[in-house]
Design a protein around this ligand. Structure first.
Ligand code: HEM
Length: 504
């Protein structure tokens, strides 16, 4: 164990040399250049995939430096399991997550561990993800999926391929907006994204760029982008404030917003402050859709490439759901094989591709690498999920059977971490899994999926991962069951105003 140095690491970005006294033991890529660092052969648009490639050469722990910022990456299962030990490590709010603070403040995802609003927000909102609450969201999830199916039917009839990431993003955004805030963006009925969506994507893209543009150059290189970002932020805040104001005069259906406004913390009676509610609404709209959309898109890609897997999954849906046009809440978790397809897709492409952990006290990682209190490392989830020591020599191969019950039981803990770890792990995990399993089940039942000839998987990075340019051709199946009803009049009546819900 290293001697406790009690060096205070300054706030803001903490470069690795401040917290890792024996950093020289950790390998970095060859050809490090003065000032700029490890930039040869890398692409600012694909930092995660570059890191995966570098990690393959350098091993379970390595470091990368760019413009004076040095980061330690961990991709080996043994070291990642240590970082998951909550008695020694906690979530680190740094890098990409810290860049989202101007948007999401002390909302659940971006709150510092010590901020009182994290525990308060967690206590108030966790019941919003209970089994009972989820069963209440289920009919809304079904209604939104029927809207997607309505759209896909039309594309299929017109002989057009469908835009998978685009449509999955519409679906997951509508689902979280509806279940969380009783709101309808009208995404499927619009030719162009709703301005709220454009502003949200704008702030995420800006946060991603702040990660890769060196601090001293940011005012110069990002001048226009910074101005646009300020306008995007103001628009997001205005829209959310109006939504909250409108809700104060009516009541919702027991959704997340109702909980934010009405629930007092048991025992203390504390409530979320208006500014914090604004942050939480934005947090849930952002955190609740991009990652699930990516997970669904990767799963659909793999299903289109593995007809044997698709046939097995489809047979399960037909068997379990039988003639039920609208599967009930309890019928979703019974799709065990569909769920394995989803897990295996999240293994290869965890759509939240990394999470950061910091030392609670001075400690030594792997018995070799001393870390000071506050020093941190980035767990590269996709690398952990491909560690051949855990997943075998064929770790890169898509195989849902890696998640059959016996295989899962025989694996060590902390080897599959798409939802992060510990107290700060994803609060929306069950929500995402329920939604994605339901959607895959409904789509498999209705369509055969055909990959476009010549498409090779390219992965786009914008804080989350997404298959780029993925389009699929659909064939309608001869319905084995009563047709899934579509065009639910309640949900397909055209775009609505974000605030009042009135038709536009
Ligand atoms: C496949 C879909 C999803 C994936 C892969 C995912 C992944 C993650 C990960 C890795 C974290 C931890 C981040 C960290 O340690 O810094 C996280 C946290 C979080 N996620 Fe998710 N997420 C998904 C869906 C959702 C959904 C649907 C919601 C909301 C409905 C949501 C809301 C949140 C929130 C609020 C946090 C912060 C929790 C806290 O710190 O207390 N996520 N998610």
């Amino acid at each position: 164990m290293a001697q406790s140095t009690r060096t205070v690491i300054p706030k803001g970005f903490r470069s690795a040399e401040l917290g890792w006294p024996e950093l020289h033991r950790i390998p970095h890529p060859p050809h490090r250049l003065p000032v700029v660092g490890d930039v040869l052969g890398v692409n600012v648009r694909t930092p995660v995939q570059d890191s995966l490639r570098i990690g393959r050469r350098l091993g379970p722990v390595f470091r990368r430096k760019a413009f004076g910022k040095e980061i330690v990456f961990v991709g080996g299962a043994d070291l990642a399991a240590e970082l998951a030990d909550e008695s020694r490590f906690a979530k680190h709010v740094g890098l990409g997550v810290a860049n989202l603070r101007p948007v999401a403040g002390d909302g659940l995802f971006t709150a510092y561990n010590h901020e009182p609003n994290w525990q308060l927000g967690h206590d108030v909102l966790a019941p919003g993800f209970s089994r009972e609450a989820m069963a209440g969201y289920h009919p809304m999830m079904l209604a939104v999926t029927e809207r997607l199916i309505d759209h896909w039917d039309r594309e299929q009839t017109a002989g057009r391929a469908v835009d998978v990431p685009g449509d999955m993003t519409k679906l997951t955004l509508e689902t979280i907006a509806r279940t969380g805030f009783g709101h309808d963006f009208g995404s499927f009925e619009r030719a162009r994204p709703h301005p709220f969506v454009t502003a949200m994507v704008g702030t995420l893209t800006y946060a991603q760029r702040r990660n890769v543009v060196p601090e001293p150059l940011a005012p110069l290189l990002l001048r226009t982008a910074t101005r646009r970002n300020a306008a995007d932020l103001a628009y997001l805040n205005r829209t959310v404030d109006a939504l909250v104001r409108a809700r104060r005069t009516t009541s919702g259906e027991g959704d997340l917003l109702d909980r934010m406004l009405d629930t007092a913390r048991p025992g203390t009676g504390e409530r979320l402050a208006p500014e914090n509610i604004r942050r939480q609404v934005i947090t849930f709209l952002v955190a609740g859709h991009e990652t699930t959309s990516g997970a669904l898109s990767f799963a659909l890609h793999y299903l289109s490439r593995h007809p044997d897997v698709a046939a097995r999954a489809r047979a399960e849906v037909d068997r379990v759901w039988g003639g039920t046009a609208r599967p009930g809440y309890d019928q979703v978790a019974k799709l065990r094989y569909v769920r394995r397809v989803l897990d295996e897709s999240l293994r290869l492409w965890p759509t939240a591709p990394a999470f950061a952990r910091e030392a609670r006290r001075d400690t030594v990682l792997g018995g070799v690498h001393p870390m000071r209190e506050g020093a941190w490392a980035l767990v590269l989830t996709a690398m952990l999920h491909r560690d051949p020591g855990v997943w075998g020599a064929d770790a890169e191969r898509f195989d849902p059977d890696r998640f059959d019950a016996q295989a899962v039981r025989s694996r060590a803990a902390h080897t599959f971490k798409p939802f992060g770890t510990g107290a700060r792990a994803c609060i929306g995990r069950q929500f995402a899994l329920h939604e994605a399993t339901l959607v895959l089940g409904l789509l498999l039942r209705r369509y055969e999926l055909r990959a476009e000839p010549g498409y090779r998987l390219r992965v786009a990075e914008r804080l989350t991962l997404m298959p780029e340019g993925l389009r699929l051709r659909l064939d309608r199946r001869v319905p084995a069951v009563e047709d899934v009803p579509v065009a639910n009049p309640e949900v397909s009546s055209g775009p609505r105003c974000p605030v009042t819900g009135a038709g536009e």
